[in-house]
Design a protein around this ligand. Structure first.
Ligand SMILES: Cc1cc2nc3c(=O)[nH]c(=O)nc-3n(C[C@H](O)[C@H](O)[C@H](O)COP(=O)(O)OP(=O)(O)OC[C@H]3O[C@@H](n4cnc5c(N)ncnc54)[C@H](O)[C@@H]3O)c2cc1C
Length: 279
């Protein structure tokens, strides 16, 4: 596991909060905001949910005292959405209060499609209390056009990503090109109708199209990318004056996140195998 963690550290800050704070300060120094996530998901018991809530409160405290620019992004299944959506909302409210006290945005990640409706419901309840709430949507899901219209009406912030979860053909696009096409169409919607949003992609085609649309529609938006991916591009965009956020995950439960990163880029598996052989 120690060897695996060494490799995973390209995408994961480390297991401890200090690791996340160090990487977040480094992102700030490179002109980016930090978007910190404490890893852990699919909780079906209240104890890990409540420990997660306490961890985020300590994290936001530390971000405030260390002067870290940025915010946190929560996974609904780490807040107990699989137990009950009302319970998950109740566990997120203290985090909402802490982000609101500092004027930070509160972001919700979007997980597998079984949680989409409940995540939107929670996001809307949070938005009733604070207008700086952002929700992630996934271009690989066929429902996303309708969800986008709904979130734009709600005046939510929106993070557009391609989608990292395996879904079935009845609800999701199977081919990469269909997802890419949907992403490009959603970008158009965001630039023409949305209030403030994040272009969450490392794909040069998506980024070039966003830059083109930004020239036509001077609307507030940011680029958001994962820790360990396309670092020179991130710095370049920040230098050009664009807002850029870096998603920084940390914590001992890094394996599922790490597996998703490997799956979306099989070349990484070869690099990992080589690094193990070469020690
Ligand atoms: C800020 C942020 C937040 C996210 N939040 C969510 C979420 O809440 N829910 C969700 O389902 N998904 C989330 N994702 C993941 C997203 O859905 C995709 O799985 C991921 O971003 C890969 O898609 P891509 O748009 O970068 O394009 P791709 O077509 O996958 O990649 C384009 C190029 O980016 C580079 N690249 C991509 N991935 C890697 C990698 N792992 N290692 C090295 N290089 C890589 C390569 O150069 C590749 O050719 C998030 C992504 C970002 C950037």
């Amino acid at each position: 596991m120690a060897l695996l963690l060494r490799f995973a550290r390209q995408w994961v800050a480390g297991e401890r909060m200090e690791d996340a704070l160090r990487v977040a300060k480094d992102a700030n120094a490179r002109g980016m905001d930090a978007l910190v996530n404490h890893l852990g998901e699919h909780y079906r018991e209240r104890a890990p949910v409540e420990a997660t809530k306490a961890e985020y409160l300590r994290l936001l405290d530390a971000m405030r005292s260390d002067g870290v620019r940025g915010t946190v992004s929560l996974k609904p299944t780490q807040f107990g959405v699989l137990i009950d959506k009302g319970y998950a909302l109740s566990q997120m409210l203290p985090i909402l209060d802490a982000t609101k006290a500092d004027g930070r945005v509160l972001w919700l990640d979007m997980e597998h499609s079984g949680t989409t409706d409940d995540t939107l419901w929670i996001g809307e309840r949070l938005l009733e209390r604070y207008d700086r709430v952002g929700i992630c949507v996934q271009a690989n899901l066929k429902r996303t056009s309708a969800d986008l219209e709904r979130l734009i009406r709600d005046r939510a912030r929106i993070r557009l990503v391609k989608g990292a979860y395996k879904e079935t053909e009845d609800i999701a696009f199977r081919s990469r090109s269909q997802t890419d096409q949907a992403y490009l169409e959603h970008l158009e919607t965001l630039f023409t109708k949305a209030r403030d949003f994040a272009v969450g992609s490392h794909d040069s085609r998506m980024i070039s199209r966003a830059l083109e649309l930004a020239r036509q529609h001077p609307t507030p938006f940011e680029f958001a990318m994962l820790q360990g991916v396309r670092d020179p591009l991130k710095s370049d965009l920040a230098r050009q004056g664009f807002r850029v956020s870096e998603y920084i995950p940390y914590g001992p439960n890094w394996l599922p996140y790490f597996s998703r990163r490997l799956r979306e880029r099989p070349r990484n598996i070869v690099t990992m195998a080589r690094s193990f052989v070469e020690g």
